[in-house]
Design a binder for this molecule. Sequence first.
Ligand code: DOR
Ligand code: ZN
Ligand code: ZN
Length: 443
Amino acid sequence: MQVDRVLYNGKIYTPRGFVEAGIAIEKGRIFKIAKKPSLPKASSKMNLNGLIVLPGLVDSHVHLRDQERAYREDLFTGTAAAAAGGFSLVIDMPNNKPVTMDVQSLRERMKLAEKKVLVNVAFYSAFPENTKEIRNIVSEGAIAFKLFLLEKVGGLNIDDDTVVLQAINEVKKANVPVAVHAEDKDICENEMKRKQENRTDFEAYLEAHSSNSEVKAVQRIIGVAEKSEAHVHFCHISSAKSLSLIKKAKAVGVNITCEVTPHHLLLTSKDLKRHENLAITLPPVRTREDMNALWKALKQDLIDTLGSDHAPHALKEKKLKSIWKVKPGIAGLETTLPLMLTQVNKGRLTITELVQLASKNPAEIFHLKDRGTLLKGYCADLVVIDIKREHKIDSSKFHTKAKFSPFDGWKVKGMPVKTFVNGRLVMEEGEIVAKPGTGEIIR
Ligand code: DOR
Ligand code: ZN
Ligand code: ZN
């Protein structure tokens, strides 16, 4: 038999650990993982020169924009950034213009994506006003819902716990998870109003988006999750106090998981000034104690996923004079893997932890069938990494439209050098080598 492609002479990360072997790919799936003599013939062969192969990264937290926000990012540039960063699947957040929040808006976005995307893309929906619509949105192909608690995005009255519980119950029936941005709207709005008039310093911004506001939102939603038994996934947890609440709730069996971002693991509020707004994101990066607590939780297996929270903006939106007007967000797709591989090289993170957080767990949590693991029969989504490659982050070379980053100039060790999506080579040595539309819409 002859298969489509054979990659040989690699170090393949399988659930049983590394094997020095090759991968045979047929019709977009892994046909066999074996040593060279046992691999079938193939129309295309590639020598991996001993490099490591990991499951392609799955980022369950990206804002791909497009439509009326295409000046910030579009589905092509965003997925090019994903491919360049070693991601083979990303899940798009719904706070778009128009907001993804019903069958119509989801269908439009999927249709647009079909022709443009380079990696696989799945979609979140925001909550519609009428929770009975949730079912139809899931039938249309949304794989999760996003609950944004900082302000109203979509149709749901987020101030009313009964309404929120009812919505989450519907999501539970549809058997999809709910991802939550946990910052309390009232606390943040009130604090902002109090400060806005006479303060524009970073400190004021941090006070308005305090860890207490995160804690209040986390506490509130844990309560709802307990009642509904729906799967709640907390996005970008940033504070030590929230972590202890999550730890307690997990211990008593509440159905929750949580995410951490590279910026919350690697930056603190002390870095804000130096980066002139580029490190402004929500929730904000916090104290060293908070950062250390995130690492500790990660090592204790309390963190489930690593998400980039890729949130591109135009440079002028980041450079606005008033801190209250600056758009929060960091474009993270092209820095996440190099930054994390650097931590692997430093001995702070293991490859096993990285694969769990960035491939295996997100695939499981979001029910992405046959993804996130390298095994026979699974989709051939792979990233080839050079763990020894040293590089200096240069945001001017990014594929995202947001060609700036608080990580610009950082020295990293460990780089993705090839990304395969459904068995197709999409990125090689930082270049995009596939056509738009190569990625699949995952429903
Ligand atoms: O920093 C952020 N940027 N936090 C959010 O919750 C939204 C996001 C965005 O869409 O820009
Ligand atoms: Zn968020
Ligand atoms: Zn986000």
